[in-house]
Design a protein around this ligand. Structure first.
Ligand code: SF4
Length: 402
Protein backbone atom coordinates (compact mmCIF):
# COMPACT_ATOMS: atom_id res chain seq x y z
CA UNK A 1 0.00 0.00 0.00
CA UNK A 2 1.43 3.43 -0.85
CA UNK A 3 1.75 6.26 1.62
CA UNK A 4 -1.18 8.28 0.30
CA UNK A 5 -3.51 5.30 0.55
CA UNK A 6 -2.40 4.92 4.16
CA UNK A 7 -3.12 8.60 4.84
CA UNK A 8 -6.58 8.23 3.31
CA UNK A 9 -7.38 5.31 5.60
CA UNK A 10 -6.09 7.18 8.65
CA UNK A 11 -7.98 10.35 7.70
CA UNK A 12 -11.32 8.59 8.14
CA UNK A 13 -11.29 9.25 11.88
CA UNK A 14 -8.96 12.22 12.31
CA UNK A 15 -11.90 14.61 12.66
CA UNK A 16 -12.23 13.22 16.21
CA UNK A 17 -9.33 15.51 17.14
CA UNK A 18 -10.71 19.06 16.89
CA UNK A 19 -7.35 20.60 17.84
CA UNK A 20 -6.55 23.75 15.85
CA UNK A 21 -9.25 23.13 13.29
CA UNK A 22 -11.16 26.08 11.86
CA UNK A 23 -14.90 25.42 11.60
CA UNK A 24 -15.40 26.13 7.91
CA UNK A 25 -12.87 25.11 5.35
CA UNK A 26 -11.95 28.02 3.12
CA UNK A 27 -11.84 27.12 -0.57
CA UNK A 28 -8.34 27.11 -1.97
CA UNK A 29 -7.60 29.11 -5.07
CA UNK A 30 -6.63 26.37 -7.45
CA UNK A 31 -6.15 22.67 -8.01
CA UNK A 32 -3.05 21.11 -6.53
CA UNK A 33 -1.14 17.97 -7.36
CA UNK A 34 -0.22 15.42 -4.71
CA UNK A 35 3.22 13.79 -4.77
CA UNK A 36 1.70 10.71 -6.43
CA UNK A 37 0.42 12.85 -9.32
CA UNK A 38 -3.17 12.71 -8.07
CA UNK A 39 -4.97 16.01 -8.79
CA UNK A 40 -6.52 17.42 -5.67
CA UNK A 41 -9.56 19.56 -6.32
CA UNK A 42 -10.29 21.54 -3.16
CA UNK A 43 -13.99 21.82 -3.93
CA UNK A 44 -14.32 18.04 -3.96
CA UNK A 45 -12.96 17.85 -0.38
CA UNK A 46 -10.13 15.57 -1.56
CA UNK A 47 -7.77 17.40 0.78
CA UNK A 48 -9.67 16.08 3.74
CA UNK A 49 -9.39 12.62 2.24
CA UNK A 50 -5.70 12.77 3.08
CA UNK A 51 -6.23 14.26 6.54
CA UNK A 52 -5.42 17.85 5.67
CA UNK A 53 -7.34 20.29 7.84
CA UNK A 54 -7.31 24.06 7.79
CA UNK A 55 -5.96 24.94 11.16
CA UNK A 56 -5.62 28.12 13.15
CA UNK A 57 -2.12 28.68 14.50
CA UNK A 58 -1.38 30.20 17.90
CA UNK A 59 -0.64 33.54 16.14
CA UNK A 60 -4.04 33.49 14.37
CA UNK A 61 -2.79 32.49 10.90
CA UNK A 62 -4.58 29.63 9.11
CA UNK A 63 -2.49 26.91 7.47
CA UNK A 64 -3.15 23.51 5.87
CA UNK A 65 -2.17 20.96 8.51
CA UNK A 66 -1.64 17.25 7.93
CA UNK A 67 -3.34 15.60 10.88
CA UNK A 68 -2.43 11.95 11.05
CA UNK A 69 -1.20 8.95 13.01
CA UNK A 70 2.00 6.96 12.90
CA UNK A 71 -0.18 3.88 13.35
CA UNK A 72 -3.87 3.14 13.81
CA UNK A 73 -3.01 -0.11 15.61
CA UNK A 74 -3.44 0.15 19.38
CA UNK A 75 -3.10 -2.20 22.33
CA UNK A 76 -5.46 -0.24 24.58
CA UNK A 77 -9.24 -0.53 24.85
CA UNK A 78 -10.75 2.95 25.23
CA UNK A 79 -14.45 2.31 24.77
CA UNK A 80 -15.26 5.23 22.43
CA UNK A 81 -12.26 4.84 20.12
CA UNK A 82 -12.29 3.46 16.57
CA UNK A 83 -8.67 2.33 16.98
CA UNK A 84 -9.23 0.27 20.15
CA UNK A 85 -7.66 -3.17 20.36
CA UNK A 86 -9.70 -6.01 18.89
CA UNK A 87 -11.98 -3.82 16.74
CA UNK A 88 -12.33 -5.20 13.26
CA UNK A 89 -10.78 -2.34 11.36
CA UNK A 90 -8.13 -2.00 8.69
CA UNK A 91 -4.95 -0.81 10.44
CA UNK A 92 -2.08 1.02 8.80
CA UNK A 93 1.37 1.86 10.10
CA UNK A 94 4.11 4.24 8.98
CA UNK A 95 7.77 3.87 9.84
CA UNK A 96 9.26 7.16 11.12
CA UNK A 97 11.39 7.66 7.97
CA UNK A 98 8.40 6.94 5.71
CA UNK A 99 6.13 9.38 7.55
CA UNK A 100 8.79 12.10 7.49
CA UNK A 101 9.40 11.59 3.75
CA UNK A 102 5.65 11.54 2.95
CA UNK A 103 5.10 14.75 4.88
CA UNK A 104 8.05 16.46 3.17
CA UNK A 105 6.77 15.42 -0.27
CA UNK A 106 3.41 16.99 0.53
CA UNK A 107 5.09 20.06 2.01
CA UNK A 108 7.24 20.56 -1.10
CA UNK A 109 4.16 20.12 -3.30
CA UNK A 110 2.54 22.99 -1.38
CA UNK A 111 -0.24 20.83 0.06
CA UNK A 112 0.59 21.23 3.73
CA UNK A 113 2.51 23.64 5.91
CA UNK A 114 2.35 21.91 9.26
CA UNK A 115 1.99 18.54 10.95
CA UNK A 116 -0.19 17.21 13.78
CA UNK A 117 1.21 13.80 14.65
CA UNK A 118 -0.32 11.26 17.00
CA UNK A 119 -0.34 7.47 17.23
CA UNK A 120 -2.06 4.39 18.53
CA UNK A 121 -0.04 2.69 21.27
CA UNK A 122 1.93 -0.41 20.31
CA UNK A 123 4.54 -2.01 22.58
CA UNK A 124 4.02 0.57 25.42
CA UNK A 125 3.69 4.33 25.55
CA UNK A 126 7.47 4.69 25.87
CA UNK A 127 8.24 2.75 22.67
CA UNK A 128 5.49 4.55 20.76
CA UNK A 129 6.78 7.92 21.97
CA UNK A 130 10.25 6.98 20.75
CA UNK A 131 8.88 6.40 17.24
CA UNK A 132 7.05 9.73 17.32
CA UNK A 133 10.22 11.49 18.48
CA UNK A 134 12.25 9.72 15.77
CA UNK A 135 9.82 11.00 13.11
CA UNK A 136 10.01 14.59 14.29
CA UNK A 137 13.80 14.42 14.72
CA UNK A 138 14.13 13.27 11.09
CA UNK A 139 11.92 16.17 9.97
CA UNK A 140 13.86 18.74 11.95
CA UNK A 141 17.42 17.44 11.51
CA UNK A 142 17.53 15.55 8.21
CA UNK A 143 14.92 17.51 6.22
CA UNK A 144 15.49 20.82 8.08
CA UNK A 145 11.73 21.38 8.34
CA UNK A 146 11.22 24.49 10.45
CA UNK A 147 7.42 24.78 10.19
CA UNK A 148 4.69 24.01 12.70
CA UNK A 149 4.58 20.64 14.47
CA UNK A 150 1.98 19.63 17.04
CA UNK A 151 3.22 16.42 18.66
CA UNK A 152 1.20 14.11 20.86
CA UNK A 153 2.65 12.80 24.09
CA UNK A 154 1.65 9.18 24.65
CA UNK A 155 0.12 7.95 27.91
CA UNK A 156 3.01 6.44 29.87
CA UNK A 157 5.76 8.48 28.17
CA UNK A 158 8.80 9.22 30.34
CA UNK A 159 9.97 12.61 31.52
CA UNK A 160 13.17 12.43 29.43
CA UNK A 161 11.03 11.93 26.32
CA UNK A 162 8.95 14.97 27.20
CA UNK A 163 12.19 16.95 27.64
CA UNK A 164 13.23 15.91 24.12
CA UNK A 165 9.78 16.74 22.71
CA UNK A 166 10.11 20.28 24.08
CA UNK A 167 13.17 20.80 21.85
CA UNK A 168 11.36 19.63 18.68
CA UNK A 169 7.73 20.75 18.67
CA UNK A 170 5.76 23.99 18.65
CA UNK A 171 2.89 22.44 20.55
CA UNK A 172 2.57 19.36 22.78
CA UNK A 173 -0.61 17.68 23.90
CA UNK A 174 -1.97 14.71 25.71
CA UNK A 175 -5.67 14.03 25.77
CA UNK A 176 -7.13 13.70 29.28
CA UNK A 177 -10.37 12.40 27.66
CA UNK A 178 -12.32 12.68 30.95
CA UNK A 179 -12.21 15.26 33.76
CA UNK A 180 -11.10 13.01 36.63
CA UNK A 181 -10.00 9.42 37.43
CA UNK A 182 -13.55 8.30 38.29
CA UNK A 183 -14.83 9.27 34.85
CA UNK A 184 -11.71 8.17 32.97
CA UNK A 185 -12.01 4.60 34.15
CA UNK A 186 -15.44 4.42 32.47
CA UNK A 187 -14.16 5.36 29.01
CA UNK A 188 -10.47 4.43 29.11
CA UNK A 189 -10.03 1.63 31.69
CA UNK A 190 -6.32 1.14 30.98
CA UNK A 191 -5.30 4.79 31.28
CA UNK A 192 -4.10 6.28 34.57
CA UNK A 193 -5.33 9.83 34.98
CA UNK A 194 -2.60 11.21 37.24
CA UNK A 195 0.47 9.13 36.44
CA UNK A 196 0.04 8.78 32.67
CA UNK A 197 -1.97 11.77 31.48
CA UNK A 198 -1.65 14.66 33.91
CA UNK A 199 2.02 14.06 34.72
CA UNK A 200 3.36 14.94 31.22
CA UNK A 201 1.37 18.20 31.22
CA UNK A 202 2.91 19.01 34.62
CA UNK A 203 6.41 18.18 33.32
CA UNK A 204 6.08 20.54 30.38
CA UNK A 205 4.94 23.30 32.71
CA UNK A 206 7.87 22.60 35.08
CA UNK A 207 10.28 22.75 32.14
CA UNK A 208 8.74 26.03 30.97
CA UNK A 209 9.09 27.48 34.47
CA UNK A 210 12.64 26.32 35.17
CA UNK A 211 14.47 26.24 31.83
CA UNK A 212 15.45 29.18 29.62
CA UNK A 213 13.24 29.67 26.54
CA UNK A 214 16.09 28.87 24.12
CA UNK A 215 15.87 25.22 25.25
CA UNK A 216 12.55 25.00 23.38
CA UNK A 217 12.19 24.48 19.63
CA UNK A 218 13.12 27.60 17.69
CA UNK A 219 13.93 29.47 20.91
CA UNK A 220 10.40 29.18 22.30
CA UNK A 221 8.82 26.81 24.76
CA UNK A 222 5.97 24.80 23.21
CA UNK A 223 2.38 25.52 24.20
CA UNK A 224 0.29 22.71 25.68
CA UNK A 225 -3.30 21.69 24.96
CA UNK A 226 -5.60 18.81 25.86
CA UNK A 227 -8.94 17.36 24.83
CA UNK A 228 -12.00 15.95 26.57
CA UNK A 229 -14.62 13.65 25.08
CA UNK A 230 -17.93 15.35 25.92
CA UNK A 231 -20.77 13.04 26.89
CA UNK A 232 -18.87 9.76 26.88
CA UNK A 233 -18.59 9.10 30.62
CA UNK A 234 -21.72 10.72 32.08
CA UNK A 235 -19.61 13.62 33.31
CA UNK A 236 -21.16 17.02 34.11
CA UNK A 237 -20.14 20.39 32.72
CA UNK A 238 -19.07 21.32 36.26
CA UNK A 239 -16.60 18.42 36.33
CA UNK A 240 -15.23 19.27 32.88
CA UNK A 241 -14.90 22.98 33.58
CA UNK A 242 -13.38 22.45 37.06
CA UNK A 243 -10.56 20.49 35.48
CA UNK A 244 -10.32 22.95 32.56
CA UNK A 245 -9.99 25.86 35.01
CA UNK A 246 -7.21 24.02 36.86
CA UNK A 247 -5.41 23.30 33.58
CA UNK A 248 -5.60 26.91 32.43
CA UNK A 249 -4.70 28.46 35.77
CA UNK A 250 -2.11 26.03 37.18
CA UNK A 251 -0.58 24.34 34.13
CA UNK A 252 -1.08 27.27 31.72
CA UNK A 253 -2.62 25.26 28.92
CA UNK A 254 -3.25 27.37 25.82
CA UNK A 255 -6.47 25.56 24.93
CA UNK A 256 -8.76 22.85 26.20
CA UNK A 257 -10.56 21.18 23.29
CA UNK A 258 -13.91 19.44 23.57
CA UNK A 259 -14.82 16.61 21.23
CA UNK A 260 -18.54 15.78 21.10
CA UNK A 261 -19.04 12.08 21.76
CA UNK A 262 -20.40 10.25 18.74
CA UNK A 263 -20.84 6.47 18.84
CA UNK A 264 -18.52 4.44 16.64
CA UNK A 265 -19.89 1.14 15.26
CA UNK A 266 -18.33 -1.96 16.73
CA UNK A 267 -17.29 -0.35 20.01
CA UNK A 268 -18.84 -0.85 23.48
CA UNK A 269 -20.55 2.56 23.21
CA UNK A 270 -22.04 1.99 19.75
CA UNK A 271 -25.60 2.18 21.13
CA UNK A 272 -25.04 5.20 23.36
CA UNK A 273 -26.67 8.34 21.87
CA UNK A 274 -24.38 11.03 20.49
CA UNK A 275 -23.83 14.04 22.73
CA UNK A 276 -25.50 17.34 21.83
CA UNK A 277 -23.05 19.56 19.88
CA UNK A 278 -24.69 22.62 21.47
CA UNK A 279 -23.40 21.38 24.84
CA UNK A 280 -19.87 21.37 23.43
CA UNK A 281 -20.42 24.90 22.10
CA UNK A 282 -21.47 26.10 25.57
CA UNK A 283 -18.39 24.47 27.11
CA UNK A 284 -16.15 26.36 24.67
CA UNK A 285 -17.92 29.61 25.53
CA UNK A 286 -17.46 28.97 29.27
CA UNK A 287 -13.81 28.04 28.74
CA UNK A 288 -13.18 31.36 26.98
CA UNK A 289 -14.78 33.17 29.91
CA UNK A 290 -12.07 31.79 32.24
CA UNK A 291 -9.25 32.27 29.82
CA UNK A 292 -9.97 35.71 28.34
CA UNK A 293 -12.64 37.36 30.50
CA UNK A 294 -11.43 36.79 34.11
CA UNK A 295 -14.50 34.79 35.14
CA UNK A 296 -14.19 32.23 37.94
CA UNK A 297 -15.67 28.75 37.89
CA UNK A 298 -18.04 29.69 40.76
CA UNK A 299 -19.58 32.36 38.54
CA UNK A 300 -20.69 29.95 35.83
CA UNK A 301 -24.49 29.54 35.72
CA UNK A 302 -24.63 25.79 36.44
CA UNK A 303 -28.05 24.29 37.10
CA UNK A 304 -28.78 21.86 39.95
CA UNK A 305 -27.44 18.94 37.86
CA UNK A 306 -24.06 20.67 37.40
CA UNK A 307 -24.66 21.56 33.75
CA UNK A 308 -24.79 24.83 31.84
CA UNK A 309 -28.07 25.99 30.30
CA UNK A 310 -28.24 25.08 26.63
CA UNK A 311 -30.66 27.80 25.58
CA UNK A 312 -28.46 30.74 26.51
CA UNK A 313 -24.73 31.39 26.36
CA UNK A 314 -23.08 31.38 29.79
CA UNK A 315 -22.05 35.04 29.68
CA UNK A 316 -25.61 36.13 28.91
CA UNK A 317 -27.01 33.83 31.60
CA UNK A 318 -24.54 35.32 34.11
CA UNK A 319 -25.49 38.85 33.07
CA UNK A 320 -29.22 38.20 33.50
CA UNK A 321 -28.56 36.89 37.01
CA UNK A 322 -26.09 39.56 38.07
CA UNK A 323 -26.27 42.76 36.01
CA UNK A 324 -30.00 43.47 35.65
CA UNK A 325 -29.99 45.13 39.09
CA UNK A 326 -26.40 46.34 38.89
CA UNK A 327 -26.12 48.12 35.57
CA UNK A 328 -22.64 48.83 34.26
CA UNK A 329 -21.92 52.50 33.53
CA UNK A 330 -20.03 52.37 30.26
CA UNK A 331 -18.24 55.66 31.03
CA UNK A 332 -16.82 54.55 34.37
CA UNK A 333 -16.48 50.76 34.30
CA UNK A 334 -13.05 49.14 34.49
CA UNK A 335 -11.83 46.92 31.65
CA UNK A 336 -12.77 43.82 33.72
CA UNK A 337 -16.29 45.17 34.33
CA UNK A 338 -16.77 46.00 30.63
CA UNK A 339 -15.70 42.48 29.66
CA UNK A 340 -18.56 41.07 31.71
CA UNK A 341 -21.18 42.83 29.59
CA UNK A 342 -22.65 40.61 26.84
CA UNK A 343 -21.55 41.87 23.44
CA UNK A 344 -18.31 43.44 24.73
CA UNK A 345 -15.17 41.43 24.09
CA UNK A 346 -11.49 42.33 24.61
CA UNK A 347 -11.45 44.45 21.43
CA UNK A 348 -14.70 46.24 22.33
CA UNK A 349 -13.43 47.00 25.85
CA UNK A 350 -10.24 48.52 24.42
CA UNK A 351 -12.04 50.83 21.98
CA UNK A 352 -14.46 51.98 24.70
CA UNK A 353 -11.60 52.78 27.09
CA UNK A 354 -9.81 54.76 24.37
CA UNK A 355 -12.97 56.61 23.31
CA UNK A 356 -13.70 57.64 26.92
CA UNK A 357 -10.46 59.61 26.96
CA UNK A 358 -11.90 61.79 24.18
CA UNK A 359 -15.35 62.40 25.69
CA UNK A 360 -18.50 60.94 27.25
CA UNK A 361 -20.35 58.10 25.51
CA UNK A 362 -24.04 59.05 25.69
CA UNK A 363 -25.77 57.09 22.93
CA UNK A 364 -25.92 53.52 21.72
CA UNK A 365 -25.03 55.02 18.32
CA UNK A 366 -21.67 56.15 19.78
CA UNK A 367 -20.86 52.53 20.66
CA UNK A 368 -21.98 51.36 17.24
CA UNK A 369 -19.66 53.89 15.60
CA UNK A 370 -16.82 52.32 17.59
CA UNK A 371 -17.71 48.91 16.15
CA UNK A 372 -19.20 47.54 19.41
CA UNK A 373 -22.08 45.07 18.95
CA UNK A 374 -24.93 46.63 20.90
CA UNK A 375 -27.84 44.25 20.35
CA UNK A 376 -27.08 42.27 23.53
CA UNK A 377 -25.70 44.87 25.91
CA UNK A 378 -28.67 47.25 26.25
CA UNK A 379 -30.39 45.55 29.23
CA UNK A 380 -27.19 45.68 31.28
CA UNK A 381 -25.64 49.13 30.82
CA UNK A 382 -25.99 52.81 31.55
CA UNK A 383 -24.75 55.47 29.14
CA UNK A 384 -23.98 58.66 31.07
CA UNK A 385 -26.46 57.60 33.75
CA UNK A 386 -29.30 56.66 31.36
CA UNK A 387 -30.59 53.22 30.34
CA UNK A 388 -30.68 52.73 26.59
CA UNK A 389 -34.11 51.76 25.31
CA UNK A 390 -34.52 48.15 24.25
CA UNK A 391 -37.27 45.66 23.56
CA UNK A 392 -37.72 42.67 25.80
CA UNK A 393 -37.47 39.46 23.79
CA UNK A 394 -40.95 38.15 22.97
CA UNK A 395 -39.97 34.55 23.49
CA UNK A 396 -37.04 32.66 24.89
CA UNK A 397 -35.10 31.24 21.95
CA UNK A 398 -31.69 29.67 21.58
CA UNK A 399 -29.03 32.31 21.93
CA UNK A 400 -25.67 31.70 20.35
CA UNK A 401 -24.11 35.11 20.75
CA UNK A 402 -20.67 35.77 22.18
S1 SF4 B 1 -4.96 4.76 23.55
FE1 SF4 B 1 -5.64 6.26 22.02
S2 SF4 B 1 -5.69 5.15 20.07
FE2 SF4 B 1 -5.59 3.63 21.69
S3 SF4 B 1 -7.71 3.03 22.11
FE3 SF4 B 1 -7.20 4.68 23.54
S4 SF4 B 1 -7.81 6.62 22.54
FE4 SF4 B 1 -7.73 4.97 20.95
Amino acid sequence: MDSLNKLQILAEHMGLEPAEEVPSQPALAEKQVAPCGQVINPRSQKQNDLGIFHAKMPGGKTIPLLKTLLTSACERNCVYCPFRVGRNYRRVTFKPEEMAQTFMDMYRAGLVKGLFLSSGIIGSGVKTQDRLLDTVTILRQKHHFRGYIHLKIMPGAERAQVETAVTLADRLSINLEAPNPQRLVIVAPQKQFGAELLAPLRWVEEIRQTQPAHVGWNGRMPSTVTQFVVGGAGETDLELLSTAAFLHQQLHLARVYYSTFSPVPNTPLENQPAANPLRTHRLYQASFLFRDYSFDLEEMPFDETGNLPLDRDPKLAWAYANLRENLVEINRASREELLRVPGIGPKGAEVILRARQRGTLREVAHLQQLGVHTSRLKPFVLLDGKRPSYQLPLFKGIDNGS
